[in-house]
Design a protein around this ligand. Structure first.
Ligand code: FAD
Length: 420
């Protein structure tokens, strides 16, 4: 856990998603007064899996959350890349770290652990709060019931459709929608009743099945309570709507050309929801001109899910911002520190967005010469070595950069050099 900031700021956070709650924990642990304003009337993470890679688990452990998360999660072993038509494993990637966990967790469990930690650190979390106006000039929030808040800093942690972003960047951002994802959760009892499915519940590998325009990513979550499947397919459901119910028969039909056990697993699922796969383009700035309204999480840098780093970037944002604001001795320094925050975060999140885009393309290559060339390359284990390959995700140097990143230590170094 980190030290206390010399000056306690009043900070309002819009949104109690993974970004908002992570910021609430990190900043409240530094001694700031945190109010989280959530427009929904309760915690509402969608029921699906999320991977927590070592660059995020390092931070969560530093916040004192290791035991709580470990109690809810699976520890991922390898990642397998599989040819959809044959079920052949083309490549196997070992765990990203031997010291730090790569948790596979059920999103509502994750959000609950973060919420409890935020409250325990002293944050106030208010639900059913409707912000009617964000006044940029005066750093003031107007709430539906005639109430006003005038914090020192406002964080827009309000997700991919962020209204904070629309306010401070004048509505000019166009989201890039690529495909859609079906979300399937198969309960433990169903998995255990089927001889082909049952072993998957106890296999803590994450599997990426690559097909033309379609992928399946799957792994067990919640200590084997569910088997989690995410099925990417062409489509454009509305962005930010997570609960579009789909006809399971149509989903099975769409993936019936995938090899065993995919059709069997889908036969065990009763329901399925669709959501848009989208990203925020690179923004020239994440802050208002005053420097006192700042975007974090998906509002700033929503990414395609093909590197499983979107939530991890939320955790990193929180850790870096808390370190920046731990140096504040006077309120006039806030704009300089939020600018430094962006200078630290933007290059890293932009590289992660680009690597996710690249994965999205290479996983969905149509059958033919390009796919054959990809598969042949992936079968060569030496591709895991350092070098400038076309396959950055599997390059050892990239994996070190991604997974061994120590957000707190790096930020302290940069702040020391900047004279803070
Ligand atoms: C299919 C899929 C799989 C993924 N898998 C992974 C993975 O394995 N690993 C990983 O690291 N990441 C993953 N991600 C990405 C990750 O889920 C997101 O990056 C992360 O959840 C974003 O959190 P957030 O808090 O920024 O936004 P959100 O989760 O969208 O939360 C925003 C919150 O703000 C609230 N809100 C919105 N507007 C307002 C307002 N005006 N006032 C108050 N509150 C408001 C919303 O109700 C919501 O609670 C995945 C994403 C997808 C789509």
């Amino acid at each position: 856990m980190s030290s206390k900031s010399p000056l306690s700021l009043n900070i309002a956070i819009l949104g109690a998603g993974l970004a908002g709650l992570s910021c609430a924990i990190a900043l409240a642990q530094q001694g700031h007064k945190i109010t989280v304003l959530e427009r929904r009337n309760a915690l509402s993470e969608i029921g699906a899996g999320v991977q927590v890679p070592p660059n995020a688990s390092r931070i969560l452990i530093s916040w004192g959350l290791e035991a709580e998360l470990q109690a809810q999660a699976e520890n991922r072993s390898d990642v397998l890349f599989v040819r959809y038509l044959t079920g052949e494993t083309l490549a196997r990637m070992p765990p990203a770290s031997s010291d730090l966990p790569n948790w596979l967790i059920y999103r509502p469990d994750y959000q609950r652990v973060l919420y409890d930690a935020a409250v325990q650190a002293g944050a106030i979390v208010r639900f059913d709060v409707h912000v009617t106006k964000i006044d940029q000039d005066n750093t003031r929030l107007e709430i539906g019931n005639g109430e006003f808040l005038t914090p020192d800093l406002i964080l827009g942690a309000d997700g991919i459709g962020s209204s904070t972003r629309k306010t401070i960047l004048n509505d000019k951002v166009e989201l890039k929608v690529t495909t859609a994802n079906y979300r399937v959760l198969i309960p433990r009892e169903k998995m255990l009743q089927n001889a082909q499915a049952a072993p998957y519940l106890h296999n803590a590998a994450a599997q990426v099945w690559m097909g033309p325009g379609r992928t399946v990513v799957m792994y067990p979550i919640a200590q084997g309570k569910f088997y989690n499947m995410v099925l990417e397919h062409p489509g454009s459901p509305p962005v930010g709507k997570w609960n579009l119910a789909m006809d399971m028969n149509a989903v099975r039909e769409q993936f019936q050309d995938f090899a065993a056990p995919i059709p069997t697993l889908l036969s065990l699922a009763d329901s399925c929801y669709d959501w848009a796969v989208a990203r925020v383009p690179i923004l020239h700035s994440w802050s208002s001109t005053s420097g006192k309204i700042l975007l974090v999480g998906d509002a700033a840098h929503a990414t395609l899910p093909h590197l499983a780093q979107g939530a991890a970037m939320c955790t990193e944002d929180a850790a870096v911002l808390a370190e920046c604001l731990a140096r504040v001795t006077d309120r006039s320094q806030i704009p300089t520190l939020t600018t430094l925050f962006q200078e630290i975060r933007k290059p890293r999140t932009e590289r992660i967005q680009a690597a996710s885009d690249a994965n999205s393309k290479r996983w969905t290559i149509p059958d033919g010469p390009e796919q054959e060339a990809r598969d042949a390359k992936w079968k060569v284990p030496s591709k895991m070595a350092d070098g400038q390959g076309a396959n950055e995700f599997r390059e050892a140097a990239f994996r070190r950069w991604l997974f061994e990143y120590d957000a707190v230590a790096e930020t302290r170094n940069i702040l020391d050099k900047a004279g803070f």
